[in-house]
Design a protein around this ligand. Structure first.
Ligand SMILES: Nc1ncnc2c1ncn2[C@@H]1O[C@H](COP(=O)(O)OP(=O)(O)OP(=O)(O)O)[C@@H](O)[C@H]1O
Ligand SMILES: [Mg+2]
Length: 379
């Protein structure tokens, strides 16, 4: 007996089509194996799928089960294949109609109790499905709004039993509608309108916002450099539809998108600590993941206390600052991550160009009557 379903794996931000095939044959000893370069989390799908199917009160095929994830040369990592594996098995054992399953792409993680959880990169997978000609995607109901942004009919299901009922045609589920993110007002970023005085600092921020400039705020401790830097996103325009999709995709792949959220329409703000590794700031890992520079794409990257950052991190910032993109090459694959951000850095003193430590600010630039921050902030 044979079943098949389609899902999508991610290489960087790029979706790659993965065919899940299940073959069942009778044998003396029932077994369950997953082949096709599946990583550990993906191998563990066996336990989740078996428990999930039991929880949905569906019969488990006590046979020799082989699941293949094709193309076998592509590394499969993560838990997003669970739903496709479970449905392929159920199609192979005639529990769900194979023809109807073939009309859908599937993505989602299974819980032991059969519930379907959202996975990272759902919007990227949904875009892959839409490009591959699928009109419907089965996914966790918590990520259906996100998937719908890709222009596909996203059918959100909470439990494997619900997915089976839907595929059998017993229940009808309304596809989710793409919506903009409705972030509550209190979680919005600090506003420049709250700042009293600080005219030079505010003007520097306005010039940086209007002209897409990077900004170095230099001045003595306690003068409000951090406070001002955090407020740059509040005067940036909202993202265009295309930019918002780009930003939402990056945050979805890196897992920083809140469950149930829609399109991110405000410029992102990231402020990594100076203890962060180069891989965390620039992007990387065995399986390439976006770093802080990409999470700040179309928004603001604040490097507070710039001189405290290790030289390796500062040097690695050159490529994204110049090209607006990070390219990460690994054994596990090569990935390009967009990283076009405005850099805001703060420092106590000016840094001498070309290294060599700090120098005092040029006294000619210091306003004689200046107080507080105005004494040390220059665009
Ligand atoms: N004009 C202002 N209006 C309101 N609060 C201000 C103003 N200037 C400074 N502050 C407050 O002063 C405090 C110190 O500011 P902040 O931490 O931004 O300074 P800093 O220049 O980053 O100092 P450090 O170099 O020590 O990091 C903060 O609580 C900030 O909110
Ligand atoms: Mg500070």
């Amino acid at each position: 007996m044979f079943g098949r379903a389609v899902t999508f794996a991610l290489v960087g931000l790029e979706p790659r089509r993965v065919e899940v095939e299940a073959h069942l044959r009778s044998g003396q000893q029932p077994t369950f194996s997953i082949v096709g370069l599946a990583d550990r989390a993906c191998q563990e799908a066996k336990h989740r799928v078996r428990s999930g199917v039991h929880s949905a009160l569906l019969p488990w095929p006590d046979m020799v089960i082989t699941v293949n994830l094709a193309p076998a040369a592509l590394r499969k990592e993560g838990t997003g294949f669970d739903l496709a594996i479970a449905l392929t098995l159920l199609a192979a054992s005639d529990e769900v109609p194979a023809k109807r399953l073939a009309e859908h792409a599937c993505i989602g993680e299974l819980g032991l109790d059969g519930r379907i959880r959202p996975v990272v990169g759902t919007i990227a997978a949904a875009e892959g499905a839409a490009r591959a000609g699928f009109s419907r995607l089965l996914c966790a109901s918590d990520s259906s709004r996100e998937a719908a942004l890709a222009g596909i009919e996203a059918v959100g299901v909470r439990h494997i039993a619900e997915a089976v009922g839907y595929l059998r045609g017993e229940d009808d589920i309304e596809p989710a509608s793409p919506e903009q993110d409705t972030l509550p007002v209190d979680t919005r970023l600090p506003d420049l309108a709250d700042v009293r005085g600080q005219e030079r600092g505010r003007r520097a921020l306005e010039l940086a916002a209007a002209g897409s400039h990077n900004l170095l705020l230099a001045g003595p401790p306690g003068t409000g450099k951090t406070m001002l830097g955090r407020r740059l996103p509040s005067i940036l325009p909202r993202l265009t539809q295309e930019e918002a999709l780009e930003v939402t995709r990056i945050h979805s792949v890196s897992g920083t998108l809140r469950p149930g959220s829609g399109l991110l329409t405000t410029p992102p703000f990231r402020a990594p600590h100076h203890g962060a590794s180069a891989a965390a700031v620039i992007g990387g890992g065995t399986v390439p993941r976006p770093g802080e520079v990409s999470l700040a794409h179309r928004g603001v990257l604040l490097l507070d206390e710039l001189p405290e950052f290790p030289r390796s991190v500062l040097e690695a910032l050159r490529q994204p600052l110049e090209d607006g993109v990070v390219s990460v090459a690994r054994v596990g694959g090569r990935a390009l991550f967009p990283a076009r951000f405005r850099l805001v850095a703060t420092a106590e003193r000016y840094l001498r160009p070309g290294g060599g430590g700090a120098v005092r600010p040029d006294p000619g630039l210091v306003p004689r009557s200046g107080r507080g921050l105005a004494r040390g902030v220059y665009a």
